[in-house]
Structures are given as structure tokens and as C-alpha cells.
Design a protein around this ligand. Structure first.
Ligand code: UDP
Length: 377
């Protein structure tokens, strides 16, 4: 079988952000790429589609946020952003709290009105829990940052259903993704630049890949003919799961998966916010998105809501979150060492690097990979 019909310089496996940026930058340098993508669409998990005038994020809520000005300028070549600021509400057994953890949350939880009162409350709870020194896991980290009450009501249930593991078995960095601040500010992110593309994320990829030197084949699985692809192309950019690339030879890396259930309601405001988290352990879903609130777009009197259910991952499901605990990190390092030995394969993206990347981090990593590649080739 001859796949390299046009004397391509690159085979790119996966049409998510890492692969698409690479193809775009290669084309700008006169290099020809073939992108193969297992799914029937571009954009990886950033993919969005329009329904009833509403941009629906098929793989869960994606809010672009970054402090990296070059990345922000880069992505703005392909779309305009709408200035959306994520402000998540948590529902714990019918009581509502603002996230991330800030003075509004502390007031709602304890009635405290000043930063000093909030800090005193947290210090008291940290001490009562006996947490000293460097936190060893997510539970200790959470209590140390915001005390036992918030841990019990807003973190423990959500985290344990999200990850299918005890909070004591999870790495502490996961909870540090959320800001803790002693001002009345519900912005979920600390980053300077934030928003959602005015025309959805898919339009970014349409524009990025619209070039004579880029061909895309959807519904094409690299693993149907891996060895031939490897033999025929001079350089390969691989953005799938690193353990699958090596046929799981050291064992399977673990991932966490999610599934989505959507419903269309005859209203234009069902829940009053783009995202509501359900932080108790019993509700089977973690959060509910109401898509029209992300960009104030949509036909009159129709709203689409999506519930996000965490689930165990197996090879029949989509791998969403790498589980960056010690066991998996050790295994990943074995695969990474193996990947370094391959002279014509570049691995990248969330699955290729087994990293809990935000979108801006993937953009950054792709631009770094491009720079390195074209300094040499
Ligand atoms: N988290 C939590 N309660 C919440 C929201 C988040 O305990 O209401 C914790 C949970 O452990 C989660 C982590 O914070 O995995 C990171 O949350 P984030 O919203 O950044 O996760 P993502 O949007 O990437 O799924």
C-alpha cells in the first residue's frame, strides 16, 4: 500500500491542536503534510458543532485561558474570542457556592466578611486536621489550602467521582489547578487572557488547515497499518496515546474517561449559568453545562444542556484525562525513553505526552516542537 502518494514531508497522526499547528507551520515553511485522523472531524477534543444556533462543545466545556501572550496572539490569528469569563457555581445538596475558592465562597460557607477572618478559619481547620509540612496527596493539599469544610462540601465528593479514586490517592497538583483567593472574585482562572471563539472552536481548525500543502484524511486509523505508515513517511508527528504506539509493551497507562448526556429544553435560560458543578458524592454527574451561556448565542426559546458523567476508561472509550499518579508517571517515563530512541517520530499533545494539558499548554508545546523541528530540518 502506498500512502505517501504526494511525496509528503510529514505524516501527522491526529487532527487536534498539536497536529494541526504542526501542519500549519510546516506548510508555512513549504513542507507538505498528510494528516490522518481516526474520528470523523477535526479539532480533537476542542471540536464544537452548531445546533439551534448554539455552539455545543462535544467533548466538554473548553474555555481558552492563558498568560502566554505569544500563544494568545497565535490563536487569535484564527478566530476572534468573545471575552467570556468562566464563573462556576457549585451545588452541594441544594446549597449554592461560588467557585473557585474566594471571599464569596468563604462568606457563603462561614459568614466571614474579611480576608483575615477567612484566613483564621482556614488556619483553625488546618490545625485541627493536623496538617503540617508538605501535603502528601490531594486531600492534604486541599485541607491545607482551604480547610475541612470546603474540602468536605466542594472537593471530596466531586474529586472522588471525577477520578474514581480516593482523594488520598491523588496527586496534590490537581487541586492547585483551582485558584484560592482572598478577594471577592469568581473568575475560575487566574490568567490574563480568556474567552471562547465567537464561531466555535472547529472554525479555528478549518482555517489552520486550509492550505494546498495540507491534506486531511478523516476516519483513518494509524494502527490499521502502523508499520507501513512508519516506513513510507520521512517524518511522523504522533499525537495519540504513547502506550498504544508501543503496543502497550510495558503495560497500560491509566486514563479517566467521561461521557455526556444532552437535552434540549424550550427555554433560553434553564440553569442561569454556563457551568454548575454538583459536588456531592451521590449525584452521578460532576457538572452541567448550558451552552448558550458561553457565548450568548442561540435560537430563541431553545437551550441545550449537557451533563458530564465520569467513567472508568478502557480501550473502547475515549481517553480524556491522564492519571498522573506515581505509578503511571513511572510507566510513562519508560515509554518516553523509548520514544526518544525513535529518530523520525515526534510525539506530542495530551495523549502523546501523557500530560493533563490545558489548551494553551498544547499550543505552546506545539510551537516549541515546531521551532525545534525547523531549526534542524
Ligand atoms: N474540583 C473540585 N470541585 C469542583 C471543581 C474541581 O474538587 O467543584 C477539583 C477536582 O479534583 C478536579 C480538579 O479540581 O479534578 C480540577 O478541576 P478543573 O475544573 O480544573 O478540571 P477540568 O475542567 O480539567 O476537568
Amino acid at each position: 500500500m502506498n500512502y505517501n502518494t504526494k511525496n509528503y514531508d510529514y505524516l501527522i497522526v491526529g487532527a487536534g491542536p498539536f497536529g494541526a499547528i504542526f501542519a500549519h507551520e510546516a506548510a508555512a515553511r513549504g513542507k507538505r503534510s498528510l494528516i490522518i485522523e481516526r474520528r470523523s472531524h477535526l479539532g480533537g477534543n476542542m471540536y464544537t458543532h452548531k445546533e439551534n444556533g448554539i455552539n455545543v462543545h462535544d467533548y466538554g466545556a473548553h474555555i481558552f485561558h492563558t498568560d502566554n501572550k505569544p500563544v494568545w496572539d497565535y490563536v487569535n490569528q484564527f478566530t476572534e474570542f468573545n471575552g467570556y469569563i468562566n464563573q462556576v457555581v457549585a451545588n452541594f445538596k441544594g446549597d449554592l457556592y461560588n467557585l473557585p475558592f474566594n471571599m464569596n465562597t468563604f462568606y457563603q460557607m462561614w459568614g466571614v466578611k474579611t480576608p483575615a477572618e477567612a484566613q483564621a478559619k482556614i488556619a483553625e481547620q488546618r490545625e485541627a486536621a493536623g496538617i503540617t509540612g508538605t501535603p502528601k496527596n490531594l486531600e492534604e493539599q486541599a485541607i491545607s489550602l482551604i480547610g475541612t469544610d470546603i474540602y468536605e462540601k466542594l472537593i471530596k465528593g466531586y474529586t472522588e467521582k471525577q477520578w474514581g479514586r480516593k482523594a488520598t490517592e491523588l496527586p496534590s497538583f490537581i487541586i492547585r489547578r483551582l485558584p484560592t483567593r482572598f478577594i471577592f472574585d469568581n473568575n475560575y482562572f487566574n490568567h490574563r487572557y480568556q474567552g471562547v471563539p465567537v464561531d466555535g472552536y472547529t472554525a479555528i481548525f478549518d482555517k489552520m488547515l486550509d492550505h494546498d500543502l495540507i491534506d486531511v484524511q478523516l476516519e483513518t486509523d494509524f494502527f490499521n497499518d502502523k508499520d507501513t505508515y512508519l516506513a513510507e513517511f520521512p517524518r511522523i508527528v504522533y499525537t495519540g496515546m504513547i502506550d498504544q504506539f508501543f503496543d502497550y509493551k510495558f503495560g497500560e497507562l491509566e486514563y479517566r474517561s467521561v461521557r455526556f448526556e444532552s437535552e434540549v429544553l424550550p427555554t433560553d435560560n434553564a440553569q442561569g449559568n454556563a457551568v454548575i458543578n454538583y459536588t456531592d458524592a451521590e449525584t452521578p454527574y460532576t457538572r452541567v453545562m448550558e451552552w448558550r451561556h458561553f457565548d450568548q448565542k442561540g435560537d430563541a426559546n431553545v437551550s441545550i444542556l449537557t451533563r458530564e458523567y465520569p467513567q472508568d476508561w478502557d480501550r473502547s472509550k475515549e481517553a480524556y484525562y491522564p492519571v498522573n499518579d506515581e505509578k503511571n508517571s513511572t510507566l510513562f517515563k519508560q515509554y518516553r525513553a523509548e520514544a526518544k530512541k525513535l529518530d523520525k517520530v515526534i510525539m506530542g499533545g495530551r495523549l502523546g505526552n501523557y500530560q493533563y494539558y490545558d489548551m494553551d499548554q498544547v499550543f505552546h508545546a506545539a510551537l516549541v516542537a515546531v521551532e525545534k523541528e525547523f531549526a534542524q530540518h
